[in-house]
Design a binder for this molecule. Structure first.
Ligand code: ATP
Ligand code: MG
Length: 493
């Protein structure tokens, strides 16, 4: 579906600045639809046919009443024959009301109010309020007050002072009309408190009847309101009272640019905050677990090492040494996870420690092998990082062990092993290259019978759904591609 800005670009002569202003309106106008219990449409004139045809740029339904527009109206073109009212309001630039056809539904009528939306001194669009034709029912107090507030916003749209510039709240957190409304006059006296607002006040220990009193007199901190009046801009604040957290959003109602009253939306976010805190402590618990897993793995590695020292068979000694190495590389990943929020590992930071694990195990330390680390694949999910750490250890170990065999001549070859890890789109690409003797004749990675490569094969192909290629190229070059997209993506907080 086309965005508002795209629609404006393709159908209208609105400038980008105008379109951004309208987008800001569309981000905030759920509140307006709720206040007037009706659908809202945002229309702008079609380029070259100004005043005759209009395109619907955005639509919002009320959460406080039924909708007239079950279908998506965005992108619909409306002309002056179907809607003479909007053509007239566009021409004269004044708010107009009237009875009009429900767009696209023959026979159905709506009660329509069309409001010019001004930006940069000129009318750039029309906002229409589309309500079911009234049944003559008498309005309750809440409805009367909400309509009055809506009319104040209509005036601000007309004067070009709404929407406000600057960032809004996190949209999913910002309070809605249904969460609780206080309507304040210029002196911060509460003219109206909705039932939900009264409940929120009760939860904050305020039992006095707020209506007709100043906020400060009923015991509510009115800093936010004073700031909003002074700045003529919305202010958001969170008040805490024991376990209760109330999110306040103060929206000053302007007349000729000067605040005259305010709408105060309040939402009880206690439950939300409680869940935030729980998640935080869950995160801390998970990190603690990783820490313990790492410690346990290190203990196991030490036990095996001790046991290896007591063995006399060189083959058995070596087998245990290799296990120690594998376990240490897994421990490294857990150690990193213990310090990271979330479930991702900054893999670039553990490549060097992994290299060190292999270096430590070099049989004769006088062998000159240089390790070079290049690239950084960024954050990898733990599900990828753990197997990949083990795979890298095996490949490094093989390079050292088979690339530069000790031929007993005492000749030392100037060797190097390069590890290169980068991220290409949604793949981690790994190269382990050495300048050693190369692979034995007739070698195939698929049939190689050693334990090392079968671990590598299992992890890369089965667990990570990746690919391995190995070839002799000067020394040995191992190339891996591992998809990261399949693994559950965990956003960093
Ligand atoms: N970088 C390399 N240079 C030369 N040969 C290699 C290299 N990597 C692997 N090979 C060859 O592949 C064979 C299989 O390797 P693999 O890791 O599976 O077993 P291994 O190293 O012999 O034993 P293990 O890893 O179980 O201790 C090796 O024996 C070696 O011949
Ligand atoms: Mg090996």
């Amino acid at each position: 579906m086309a965005t508002l800005v795209e629609l404006a670009r393709s159908h209208t002569r609105l400038t980008t600045d105008d379109a951004v202003h309208l987008q800001r309106l569309a981000a905030a106008w759920g509140m307006l639809a709720d206040l007037c219990f009706a659908d809202l449409l945002l229309l702008a004139p079609v380029a070259g046919e100004e005043g005759h045809r209009f395109v619907v740029l955005a639509q919002v339904r009320p959460t406080t009443d039924q909708t007239l527009y079950r279908d998506d109206m965005v992108g619909t073109i409306v002309d002056e024959v179907e809607r003479p009212l909007i053509a007239r309001v566009w021409r004269i630039g004044e708010i107009g009301v009237g009875d009009a056809a429900v767009i696209g539904q023959t026979g159905e009528r709506a009660n329509v109010q069309a409001i010019p939306v001004r930006h940069g001194g000129k009318v750039v669009a029309l906002l229409t309020r589309e309500a079911a034709t009234t049944t003559g029912r008498r309005l309750g107090e809440l409805e009367r007050v909400y309509f009055e507030i809506f009319d104040r916003f209509a005036r601000m749209l007309y004067e070009g002072t709404f929407p406000f510039k600057g960032g809004a709240l996190v949209p999913e957190e910002s309070p809605r009309v249904g969460d609780g409304v206080l309507f304040l006059d210029t002196d911060s006296v509460v003219r109206y408190a909705s039932p939900n607002a009264v409940s929120s006040l009760h939860r904050m220990g305020i039992h006095a009847n707020a209506q007709g009193q100043r906020l400060s007199d009923v015991g509510l901190d009115d800093d936010a309101v004073r700031t909003a009046f002074a700045a003529a801009a919305p202010v958001t604040e969170e008040l805490e009272w024991g376990d209760t957290s109330i999110l306040l959003q103060v929206i000053p109602l302007l007349e000729d640019g000067t605040p005259n009253g305010a709408l105060l939306l309040m939402r009880d976010v206690s439950e939300l905050r409680r869940r935030d805190r729980m998640l935080l402590s869950k995160d801390a618990t998970i990190r603690e677990i990783h820490h313990r897993v790492k410690n346990n793995l290190q203990t196991i590695a030490s036990l095996l090492r001790l046991q290896g020292r007591r063995l006399s068979s060189p083959e058995a000694k070596q087998a245990l040494e290799e296990s120690v190495r594998r376990i240490r590389s897994i421990a490294l990943v857990h150690e990193t996870l213990a310090y990271e929020a979330g479930n991702t590992v900054p893999f670039g930071e553990i490549i060097r420690p992994l290299v060190r694990v292999v270096e430590d195990g070099l049989i004769s330390p006088d062998r000159h092998i240089r390790f070079v680390v290049e690239g950084d694949p960024g954050d990898l999910p733990a599900e990828v990082a753990t197997p990949l750490a083990v795979v890298l250890t095996e490949l490094l170990q093989n390079a050292v062990e088979h690339g530069f065999p000790d031929n007993g001549s005492g000749e030392t070859r100037e060797g190097w092993v390069t590890v290169r890890l980068v991220r290409e789109d949604d793949e981690a690409v790994v190269d382990v290259v050495d300048n050693g003797v190369g692979l034995p004749p007739g070698f195939s990675p698929e049939t190689a019978s050693g334990l090392g490569l079968s671990i590598v094969r299992t992890l890369v192909q089965s667990e990570l759904a990746g690919e391995i290629t190995m070839k002799t190229d000067g020394g040995t070059r191992v190339h891996l591609r591992v998809p990261i997209a399949n693994a559950p993506r965990v956003e960093r907080q």
